[in-house]
Design a protein around this ligand. Structure first.
Ligand code: NAP
Length: 302
């Protein structure tokens, strides 16, 4: 029986593990894939207070080491459901089940697809959701990045150092992501912006060889000859496994406030998987601390 089981080993979950262990609670982290979450896809983190610049991988590794050196256990299994029976929480994975006094849901979010018919077929053959992972395959080639948030801007920046040409396609005239990065991109000779534009079709046979885009203001259709299409249009939650113990909003996020409390006593939600207005590394780690201290208080009967 664990005091706290944390589902998801991204920044929120790893921070919760650090705080859980430091509160003297026996803590287990479960993640389907590995530790780090979305920051693994971020080449340079420049907005985490106290650290001017660090790679996402390095920061994730540091969080992980801090959590495990405090004594947190970590296993890599896919959680299929969370159930509650009186005061015991049961976390069921594809490999078995684990009991705890409290559960912290920190499952983050997954990449949102464009929803184009050809998209799924081309995943691994030109369509990617991670520039840091797949960018090197497109060295010297032409690529498109779709999106206007920080991920798209950073992807375009990473790819501009590898690809011959980067086309950044955004559905509006202004970017949601940070102006600092937009300014840096504007200085790059091999980055071209297509604003007010949406993707219409991904083209190719076995591999991607083009992207059709439409300007929503002029209705002009342009076909870009690209080998790679990097989709960076945000995330969507994957919280269905927790639906027995929490309420989800219309977008699928776990309904929980800044106190990280859900409708079930002893079940907490933190980081990108919960309803919130700002999804940042700093807010994810803050949430992890709040959730773990609330879980520790619950275990102590407070
Ligand atoms: P995001 O901020 O939600 O941005 C998604 C972008 O995709 C928006 O520009 C949106 O357009 C566009 N979009 C959404 N659906 C679309 C569709 N169906 N077709 C075309 N475009 C679509 O997502 P994100 O960039 O992945 O970032 C997620 C969170 O992580 C954000 O809070 C971000 O700041 C944070 N993040 C931070 C860093 C960093 O600080 N280093 C790095 C990466 C991400 P609209 O603008 O028109 O809505």
């Amino acid at each position: 029986m664990y005091d706290i089981i944390i589902i998801g080993a991204g920044p929120a979950g790893l921070t919760a593990a650090i705080y859980g262990q430091r509160a003297g609670k026996k803590t287990l982290l479960i993640d389907a894939k590995g530790f780090g979450g979305q920051i693994l896809n971020t080449p340079e983190v420049e907005n985490y207070p106290g650290i001017k610049k660090i790679s996402g991988f390095e920061l994730a590794t540091s969080f992980y080491e801090q959590a495990t050196e405090q004594g947190a256990e970590i296993i890599y299994e896919e959680v299929v459901s969370v159930e509650t029976c009186e005061n015991v929480k049961l976390v069921v994975t594809k490999n078995g089940s684990y009991e705890a006094k409290t559960v912290i849901l920190a499952a983050g979010a997954k990449n949102r697809p464009l929803g184009l018919p050809e998209e799924e077929r081309f995943v691994g053959s030109g369509v990617s959701y991670c520039a840091t992972c797949d960018g090197a395959f497109f060295r010297g080639k032409k690529v498109a990045v779709i999106g206007g948030g920080n991920t798209a801007l950073e992807d375009a920046e990473v790819l501009s150092d590898l690809a011959e040409e980067v086309y950044l396609i955004h559905r509006r005239g202004t970017f949601r992501g940070e102006q600092t990065v937009v300014k840096r991109l504007l200085t790059k000779d091999n980055v071209e912006f297509y604003l007010d534009s949406v993707p219409e079709a991904i083209m190719g046979e076995a591999l991607v060889n083009g992207l059709k885009i439409r300007n929503v203001k002029t209705e002009e259709v342009t076909t870009l000859q690209v080998s790679g299409v990097f989709v960076a249009i945000g995330q969507m939650p994957a919280n269905q496994a927790f639906s027995k113990v929490v309420d989800l909003d219309e977008k699928g996020y776990i309904i929980a406030g800044e106190d990280c409390l859900t409708k079930t006593p002893g079940v907490f939600a933190c980081g990108d998987c919960r309803t919130k207005s700002v999804r940042q590394l700093a807010t994810a780690t803050a949430d992890g601390a709040v959730a773990a201290l609330a879980a520790a208080a619950h275990v102590n009967g407070l």
